[in-house]
Design a protein around this ligand. Structure first.
Ligand SMILES: *Cc1c(COP(=O)(O)O)cnc(C)c1O
Length: 392
C-alpha cells in the first residue's frame, strides 16, 4: 500500500518568490544584519497594520521582551497577561524579573475576559499596586474584546501590548489585529500564517519608541566613532536575508487569510452538526484569520480530544490540544490568577475540551477530506461502542 503522506498542523507555505528576494540580498551583498530589505519589510508590515513604524526582530518573543523594556517594566513590577496562550507570551515578564498575573478567558472569544481583568485591576489596587503593562493575546487569530479591554486599561492608565503572534491579518471592528495597543507584536515563526523561518516584529505609532527598539535590539550601541555603551542591549535584529523572505510572504498574506478561512469553513460544514462539537466562535464585528481551526468537544461526549489526537496520529495526521493555561503551568505555579467564573475557569475548560485541527494552507482539499473522514470515523466508532455498551 502506498505510504500516506503526513498532514502537519500548520507547516510553512512559501509564495515561490522568496528565492528572488534572497538572491537580491546576495547580489547586493546585504547579508549581514540591517540593509535595505529590513527597512522595506518593516515599512510594509507597519503600513499593512495601519501603524507608523515597525522593528523587525529575531522573534516574536524578542518583540514582547522589548515592548516590556520600552514601557519600563522593572524587577517586581506586576504585568497582567492572558492565561490561555503559548508560554512565549509570558516568558519575557520573567526575563525582567517582573511578576506575571494571569487573566482568565471568556467563552465568546476564548481570549482575555474583561470581567476577570476588572477584578484583577480592583484587587491589585487594593493591594496598593498597579500593573505596568497588560499583555492581551488574540488566540488562534480571533481578536479579544478590545473595546472593553482598552476602556479598562485607559481607566487605570496602563499600556497594552497586543500579542498578535497568531492573528496577523485578522480584523477587529475595521482595525487590524496588533494595531490597537501601545505596541503590537507579530511572529514569523515557521508555524505562523506567514514566516521568515524565524522572526518577529514590534509595531507602534510611537516612532520614538520604535527607534529606541532598534537601538536596544542592536546591543544598545551609542552614537560615537568607537563602541560606546551606557546600558544593556540585545542582539535581536532580523537579518536582511530573512527580511527578503518576509517581503515575499507579505504579498500572499491576504490570500493566506482567505485560504485559512476556507479551510475552517470546510471543517465547519462537514462537522458542525456532530453533537457535542463547537467550533471556536468568530466574535461580532471581528474577522479571524483562522490561523488554526479549533473546536471543543463537550465533556459528556464519548470521545476526548486526546483520544481523537491519537486516532488522527494513526492516520499520519497531526492535531494538537489547545494551549494549557499558564496559571496551571509549574513554571508559574505561584503567580496570581483572576477569573470571573464561579465554577471551572473558562480557560481550563477550553484546555480540557479543545482540539486544534491541521490548518496548513498548502493542504489539498483531498487531504482535508482525509482529516474529516478520520474525524467522522472516530466520532462514529465511539458513538456505536457507547450504544452497544448501553444495550448490554
Ligand atoms: C508563536 C507565538 C509567540 C512567539 O513567537 P516566536 O516568534 O516564536 O518567538 C508569542 N505568542 C504567541 C501567542 C505565539 O503563538
Amino acid at each position: 500500500m502506498k505510504e500516506k503522506n503526513r498532514i502537519y498542523l500548520s507547516p510553512p507555505h512559501m509564495s515561490g518568490k522568496e528565492g528572488l528576494k534572497i538572491e537580491e540580498a546576495f547580489k547586493s551583498n546585504w547579508i549581514a544584519p540591517l540593509g535595505p530589505l529590513v527597512n522595506e519589510f518593516e515599512q510594509m508590515v507597519a503600513n499593512y497594520a495601519g501603524v507608523k513604524k515597525g522593528a523587525a526582530l529575531s522573534s516574536g518573543t524578542a518583540a514582547i521582551h522589548l515592548a516590556l523594556k520600552l514601557i519600563g517594566v522593572q524587577k517586581g513590577d506586576v504585568v497582567f497577561c492572558s492565561t490561555l496562550t503559548f508560554v512565549a507570551s509570558a516568558n519575557p515578564i520573567l526575563y525582567e524579573q517582573a511578576v506575571p498575573v494571569f487573566i482568565d478567558s471568556e467563552r465568546e472569544t476564548w481570549n482575555m475576559c474583561p470581567l476577570a481583568l476588572e477584578k484583577a485591576f480592583v484587587e491589585t489596587k487594593r493591594l496598593g499596586k498597579r500593573p505596568r503593562a497588560v499583555i492581551v493575546v488574540h488566540l488562534y487569530g480571533q481578536s479579544a474584546k478590545m473595546d472593553e479591554i482598552i476602556a479598562l486599561c485607559e481607566a487605570y492608565d496602563v499600556p497594552i501590548i497586543e500579542d498578535a503572534a497568531e492573528s496577523l491579518g485578522a480584523m477587529y471592528k475595521g482595525r487590524k489585529s496588533g494595531s490597537m495597543g501601545r505596541f503590537g507584536v507579530y511572529s514569523f515563526n515557521g508555524n505562523k500564517i506567514m514566516t521568515t523561518s524565524g522572526g518577529g516584529m514590534l509595531v507602534s505609532d510611537d516612532e520614538a519608541a520604535i527607534e529606541r527598539c532598534h537601538f536596544l535590539a542592536s546591543q544598545a550601541r551609542e552614537r560615537a566613532m568607537h563602541y560606546e555603551h551606557q546600558e544593556v542591549g540585545y542582539n535581536y535584529r532580523m537579518s536582511n536575508l530573512l527580511a527578503g523572505v518576509g517581503i515575499a510572504q507579505m504579498d500572499v498574506l491576504d490570500e493566506r487569510v482567505q485560504q485559512k478561512r476556507r479551510i475552517f469553513q470546510r471543517y465547519h460544514d462537514a462537522l458542525s452538526d456532530v453533537e457535542g462539537i463547537h467550533f471556536m466562535p468568530e466574535y461580532q464585528e471581528t474577522k479571524s484569520n483562522r490561523w488554526l481551526t479549533t473546536l471543543t468537544i463537550d465533556r459528556d461526549t464519548q470521545i476526548s480530544p486526546v483520544e481523537i489526537i491519537d486516532l488522527l496520529e494513526e492516520e499520519q495526521i497531526e492535531a494538537r490540544r489547545v494551549w494549557k493555561p499558564l496559571h496551571r503551568q509549574p513554571l508559574f505555579h505561584d503567580c496570581p490568577f483572576y477569573t470571573a467564573a464561579t465554577g471551572i475557569p473558562a480557560s481550563e475548560l477550553l484546555f480540557e475540551t479543545g482540539l486544534c485541527l491541521p490548518s496548513g494552507t498548502s493542504m489539498t482539499e483531498a487531504e482535508q477530506e482525509r482529516v474529516i473522514d478520520t474525524l467522522h470515523g472516530a466520532l462514529h466508532k465511539k458513538a456505536c461502542t457507547s450504544i452497544k455498551a448501553a444495550r448490554t
